[in-house]
Design a protein around this ligand. Sequence first.
Ligand code: CO
Length: 648
Amino acid sequence: MAISTEGRSDITILPSVSHPLDPLSAEEISAASSIVKTQRQLGPRVRFETIVLLEPPKDTVLNFHPGDSIRRNAFIVILDNDVQSTYEAVVSLDEERVLSWQHIPGVQPRVMFDEFAECEAAVQAHPEFQAALRKRGINDPRLVMVDPWSAGDYGFDEEKGRRLVLARCFVRSSATDNGYARPLEGVTAVVDLNTMEVVRIDDYGLVPLPPTDGNYAAEFVGEFRNDLKPLEITQPEGPSFQVDGQYVTWQKWHMRIGFTPREGLVIYTVGYEGQGRVRPVLYRAALSDMVVPYGDPSKDHYRKNAFDAGEYGIGSLTNSLSLGCDCLGEIHYFDALVNSGRGDPFTIPNAVCMHEEDYGILWKHSDWRTGQTEVRRSRRLVVSSIATVGNYEYGFFWYFYQDGTIQMEIKLTGIVNTAAVPAGETPQYGTLVAPQLNAHIHQHFFNFRLDMSVDGESNSVYEVNTVAEPPGQDNPHGNAFYAKATPLKSELEAQRIIDPMSGRYWLVSSASTKNALGQPVAYKLMPGENILPFAHPDASVIKRAGFMTKHLWVTPYDPDEITATGKYPNQHPGGAGLPEYTKNDRNVENTDVVLWYTVGYHHVPRPEDWPISPVAYCGFHLKPVGFFDTNPVLDVPPSTHHNGACHS
Ligand code: CO
């Protein structure tokens, strides 16, 4: 849904901009692109990869008071197809001028949404591709779904400097058929996105289309189970949160909601009320990048991996959510404003869903002597968004709990990527999910950048392992064990992996503030289910996504270090991002630290994942440790329910 910008020439800062971190408005996106187009005399063949708020310095944000004047700058990335070059610009929206303009040599911006459709049309129309289709008995190229996958970097000379995608194709039997049931095996179109030309058609030989449909849509299901009774979520007095623009308060939590086309949902300035102030926890939290490496070594599949944020812009692929389907209850939606490839504002209505959920019991105790029972119900605030990247869906759910806990839960669903195999063949690097249909083994690695500010900007990080005391004088009975905290003083010391058998977690503690017990106030990062990659250290995907080789990385705050894979991961040869940021082994003690946590989800596909995968979950928690002096939720009132109060 593009917003018309026809006839708009005046540039004014909208009254809706009330805070320096407010995302760019539609008017600001239009103004930014029109200023740069005019002042740099850009031709019609430029594409806008990015038009986002250039976030102001942290000092400006932290010292901001309502009513202070706000300076608005836009950061822009432009691809000029004519000269096949990438440029970065900073535009002052207040001064209506381009503050900086820079050619960035040797990089490829993300594959943009417009390019998806243009690439599909180019492949469908190509005579050699149509000949490959006819060889396979397919006469209508419009039934072929063309999914462009970044070509990555595999060191081929003829690919250097070209903006290439490999088009993986699937065949629908009708307009609404699930095409992933019928991969067009053996045929890959290589497309240059700068010229939108099919460079070549790789035809590795004929494999028949799998025989069965894989439809899941209601129109195909026929009969539904009929034993579900209504389950209504009602909040007769409305939700307990307050929203003022992008600013949210919910009980003692305070935060701002942001959004970028690359990262999707961004949560800023998270704090929890106490001691008569809002105590900061996080300055900024977002997905920083992700990658899905696949494990099939065959010639048309070894290049299969997807950096869904860095290569495709997971934010710009975010869904519009609908009430009662994606989210249940009293919902507040935030729209997201992103830029189109032509530099126009593009609204994703209802991109972010916020609501409250009952989350079972918060705490309970029954005293058997007195018969007295105290129970409290737990409630959480959910801030979420869901993106569709090709065949897959990713949901990103931030949960804020009453006891100060923050959780990131990733929900993985959608359709597994498929390949066809000859009848009778059992695939080694995948699972047969339907006759002659192979779902390749793969992993999903997500990296979250967590700019911590635990009760202030100066923090230190400790690794806590539980160790068994060796038998001896201190452990005469052999039962002794204790939690041992080790400071992680520098970036290289702080590159760590999980160790579930030692109960390993990482503590981010304030360098200056102590609780009533004299302990430093802290939050811990608690890993959940996790894994490491199986790709060989020399594999292209490992070089390009070095972040996935460690679960924890810590860096000192640098506003230019926002993504785990660097600014331009698309077709990057490797080494950028976290491996590069950390190579000088900077100090991370008593400073403004940024945690980067990698979550790996291991996916050995099951037949039950076909034709659509039930949601799988992974993620992590941030939990207060001595941040409070005692249990912070004693003041949650007992719920009053039909049969009386929840205490006796
Ligand atoms: Co998967």
